[in-house]
Design a protein around this ligand. Structure first.
Ligand SMILES: [Zn+2]
Length: 334
């Protein structure tokens, strides 16, 4: 989560919306039987631990550790059955000078670039608008220790929840959905963004690159901080741009989760790079942010049972986007 723009979740809940919309649809929400998909929490936890290891130093963009993390993630996505969208899975972009920390640049500790990992699972319909599933993998590293200055500069900010959790979820969802690619009505583009913590730099770069390459994204799904559920509530934002509640209704029940279709809209993560270009988005996030940008954001602090339920739901939601006849359209008035 980009530091200066926090999630705004005042908890405006519309619990009746899902049920009402589901009832408005044909029996079974109008869909043929869908494959049963279960994520593997052990695999997700292994990815989270890898990203949070000492050897990756907190994955700060420009530190070199981001490049190591990106390479590891490209290997994981390749093993999950994804192929690069373009020639290379790692797509470099420049970090604006003001974002690098000039003291570190002068000390020779910084590079000029970071990397997005951009891969795809192709359908039989290359002409259709794509669904983009993304999460940022970078975090804050060793420097600028903590917002409250409660920790020494050498403390490592590991970012297990922010956002190793979302990253691991993207990899796992890609792995589970890949065998069903023949039933997709559109391609899935999988993107792991760098330099989100510097002001959603990587996703802005990718949005521009996709546009320049005439790769049309019809819907973007952003996963952030999925490892700290409060109660049984998973937040889903995006209704303000397009009727994502219809996708939720078509997806069906949520394994004892409450899907909070809040009308709030956080402007602190990578979906904003796409929403600001009038691309409909779905933003999934859990609401306990007490460890945000502190040394306490460790793998051990995560609620993996809650994350497993959240990811199982999100996976079915993404499958709905990939197989539904029509993606939710942008509202005429926003
Ligand atoms: Zn963050």
């Amino acid at each position: 989560m980009f530091n200066t723009l926090r999630i705004l979740c005042r908890g405006l809940v519309v619990p009746a919306v899902l049920a009402a919309l589901c009832m408005a649809l044909p029996a079974g929400c109008g869909r043929e039987a869908r494959p049963s998909m279960e994520c593997d929490p052990t695999a997700m936890y292994a990815t989270i631990r890898t990203l949070c290891a000492d050897s990756l130093g907190g994955r700060r963009a420009g530190s070199g550790n981001d490049l190591r993390a990106a390479r590891l993630l490209a290997d994981e996505l390749h093993a999950a059955g994804c192929e690069p969208l373009w020639r290379e899975a790692l797509v470099p972009f420049c970090i604006p000078a003001g974002r690098r920390g000039m003291d570190k640049v002068l000390a020779g500790e910084w590079r000029d670039s970071s990397y997005n990992v951009v891969m795809t699972i192709r359908s039989r319909h290359p002409e259709a608008e794509k669904v983009l599933l993304g999460a940022h993998y970078d975090h804050l590293g060793l420097f600028k220790a903590d917002k409250g200055k409660r920790h020494k500069a050498a403390d490592m900010l590991r970012g297990a929840n922010d956002n190793a959790s979302g990253t691991a979820a993207v990899v796992e969802i890609a792995r589970c959905l890949q065998p069903y690619a023949d039933s997709f009505r559109r391609d899935l583009v999988v993107a792991l963004f760098g330099a989100e913590e510097m002001g959603i730099v990587g996703s802005r770069h990718l949005e521009r690159m996709l546009r320049d390459s005439a790769v049309v994204v019809g819907h973007m799904v952003n996963l952030e901080m999925l490892g700290r559920m409060r109660g049984d509530t998973l937040l889903l934002q995006g209704e303000i741009l397009s009727p994502v509640s219809l996708v939720a209704a078509e997806t069906g029940a949520a394994d004892s989760l409450r899907i909070d279709l809040s009308t709030d809209f956080s402007v602190g993560s990578d979906h904003v790079s796409f929403a600001s270009k009038m691309i409909p988005v779905s933003f999934f996030v859990t609401s306990d942010i007490t460890t945000l940008h502190t040394v306490d954001d460790t793998p051990e602090s995560l609620d993996m049972a809650g994350m497993e339920r959240a990811v199982n739901y999100i996976m079915r939601y993404v499958y709905t986007l990939l197989t539904t006849e029509r993606l939710p359209e942008l509202r005429e008035k926003i």
